[in-house]
Design a protein around this ligand. Structure first.
Ligand SMILES: Nc1ncnc2c1ncn2[C@@H]1O[C@H](COP(=O)(O)OP(=O)(O)OP(=O)(O)O)[C@@H](O)[C@H]1O
Length: 571
């Protein structure tokens, strides 16, 4: 079976896992009770605030009537109550905001842990880059999860709040507004709770307007996250490759590239500003045009003596409260579009991580025996073209092989396949089960930190004794660095290319692997130092199996066997 990367952009959006798969795991995790408690606190505060607003509505009606009738004791009484309830309705939302922030942080922490785990598990981070499945995975974890949890909690608590308020204010307004009698021919028709119908009709029109003008914002917001992340990524690349760029005198070119990426950020922001302005402008116009509506609608009741002036105040206030509550949907349209865009980016990431995990490997990796065996191995490029074929190759324990071949013939790819990092191809690779294997590329990763932790990577710095560190540095011609063992630095920038290769070789001597793959791991060294390093390897690890990819002829005499890879066209 051939493993082929599929192109998600060529299919519809169906490849994305459901949005529920982003949300559900946290709410069924061990965090669920604490999260539910926080939600309960938030909702209780919100409902209490709603009832405080209703009480204020009644008090304002009473106050208006008391003012009209100059009833001083009632005026004083209602004012004191209004002040007390007003204070509660102002302070409670502050506690609600705190609880929302805390819940968001807990969810973000949980989701970040999960996505970091998925991303770093196996070699998913490598597969995502190798097959170009998604861009900026790291930034999706850092930025999109943060915004997604925040917007989801804000929107969902607001929606629950709004729904409760809608029911409450609808009942209130229905009770206050009474029926509208319209003379029709010889009789009259009566519309009970007519103001409620008016609010709903108005709000529906408002929402339709918001959807019509705002749906374009979904794509623009998704693009915003992408172009911002691309811009940041290029900046990071310049920082990481500062020296190489400086040698090439590439500053101006990088400046152009950065500015051209920023132009995409700027253009997208301008587009977003235009569309948001258009949305807000028409929404405001709509609200403004219909602002006298509640007074006009309640006027017949006042004129026919069905309500007092205080009743009119109460009705218009209740109408306003219901209207403001329903206005949440059109006003939050922008947040909805942002939420969909963020969810889509995270769903894409989940899709890519699942795909990396479930990808069928064309090359079967098996464990057993004491030799490394490749049987009927065909290495393919990701596009399915044949890179190289290898009939049967067996490396017995303790043997030393050098792999040769023209540039691009697939030497590194063969090593990737042996490491289980290259699924494209056919055949079987069998590796001894219990032995420790180490792969050394041309440029090894050196984490920021002490020299000890750089040498011990991927194990911790306490894995080896000071004596072992010193001996490894001496063996690898790095005696002058012994004094820096506990010094913390950015060693990848500080050490020369050759020093980095010597450090990587010292790492091999410390870890004492049984099988060592060296992919042009000494290419930056002068032949003499290279020879000394290989000799140290042979002296210190005489029973280790060594497979070296190397172009230099001088290295041949450190090995007993040669494997020559032929590109497919040479067969
Ligand atoms: N992730 C990838 N996506 C697409 N093609 C790839 C990928 N990785 C490697 N290749 C292709 O596979 C081919 C073999 O690459 P490989 O690095 O194995 O060659 P090599 O023999 O080690 O070359 P060199 O001696 O120059 O290091 C190259 O044509 C390369 O472009």
């Amino acid at each position: 079976m051939k493993a082929q990367p599929s192109n998600k952009t060529s299919s519809s959006n169906n490849y994305r896992p459901g949005v529920w798969q982003l949300i559900r795991p946290f709410w069924v995790s061990s965090e669920k009770w604490r999260a539910c408690l926080l939600i309960a606190i938030i909702l209780t505060i919100n409902f209490t605030t709603t009832y405080a607003l209703i009480a204020l509505n009644q008090l304002h009606g009473q106050l208006t009537d008391a003012l009209v009738g100059l009833n001083w004791p009632l005026i004083r009484n209602t004012m004191v109550k209004s002040l007390a309830i007003g204070t509660i309705s102002t302070l409670l939302p502050l506690i609600s905001v705190l609880a929302i922030s805390y819940l968001t942080l807990r969810w973000r922490t949980w989701m970040t842990n999960r996505y970091v785990e998925l991303w770093t598990h196996g070699a998913a981070y490598y597969q995502l880059e190798r097959d170009n499945l998604i861009s900026n995975g790291d930034q999706r974890i850092a930025e999109d999860i943060n915004l997604f949890t925040e917007v989801t909690i804000n929107l969902s608590t607001n929606i629950i709040n709004v729904l409760v308020n809608v029911v409450t204010f609808t009942i209130l307004l229905w009770g206050l507004s009474g029926a509208l009698s319209i003379p029709l021919g010889s009789g009259t028709i009566s519309i009970p709770g007519y103001m409620v119908f008016a609010v709903y009709l108005y709000s529906f029109a408002h929402l339709a307007l918001a959807h019509w003008l705002g749906k374009v914002l979904i794509g623009i917001t998704m693009n915003k996250q992408t172009v911002e992340a691309d811009f940041r990524f290029l900046g990071m690349q310049v920082r990481e490759n500062a020296e190489q760029i400086a040698f090439f005198g590439g500053g101006a070119r990088e400046g152009q590239r950065l500015l051209s990426r920023f132009t995409r950020v700027r253009n997208n922001t301008l587009l977003m500003m235009r569309k948001t302005f258009k949305l807000n402008f028409f929404q405001s116009m709509f609200t403004q045009v219909f602002s006298p509506l509640p007074t006009l609608l309640a006027l017949p009741l006042l004129l026919t003596g069905k309500i007092t002036m205080g009743g009119l105040t109460q009705i218009t206030m209740a109408y306003g409260m219901l209207l403001n509550t329903l206005a949440f949907f059109p006003q939050a349209y922008q947040s909805f579009t942002q939420w969909i865009a963020l969810a889509n980016r995270l769903r894409d990431m989940l899709w890519a991580l699942n795909k990396a995990r479930d990808m069928p490997a064309g090359i079967r990796l098996a464990y057993g025996g004491t030799a490394l065996c490749c049987e009927a191995l065909t290495l393919l490029r990701p596009d399915g073209t044949v890179l190289s074929r290898l009939s049967d190759w067996q490396v017995k324990a303790g043997e030393r092989w050098v792999v040769r071949g023209r540039s691009g013939s697939g030497k590194s790819t063969l090593l990737r396949a042996c490491a289980g990092l290259w699924p494209y191809g056919e055949g079987t690779i069998t590796r001894p089960q219990t032995v420790r294997t180490l792969f050394l590329p041309q440029k090894s990763y050196i984490p920021v930190g002490t020299l000890k932790s750089a040498l011990a990577y991927p194990d911790g710095p306490d894995t080896f004794t000071d004596l072992q560190y010193r001996q490894a540095l001496l063996d690898c011609c790095l005696a002058e660095r012994i004094g820096s063992l506990t010094q913390s630095d950015r060693w990848q920038q500080v050490l020369s290319g050759g020093e980095q290769q010597r450090l990587a070789m010292a790492r091999v001597l410390l870890h004492r692997p049984d099988i060592i793959f060296l992919d042009e791991a000494t290419s930056a060294l002068d032949p003499e130092t290279e020879g000394r390093l290989y000799q140290a390897l042979l002296d210190r690890l005489p029973s280790s199996t060594i497979i070296s990819v190397a172009h230099r002829k001088e290295l041949t005499h450190f090995h007993q066997h040669i494997l020559t890879l032929m590109p497919e066209q040479d067969h």
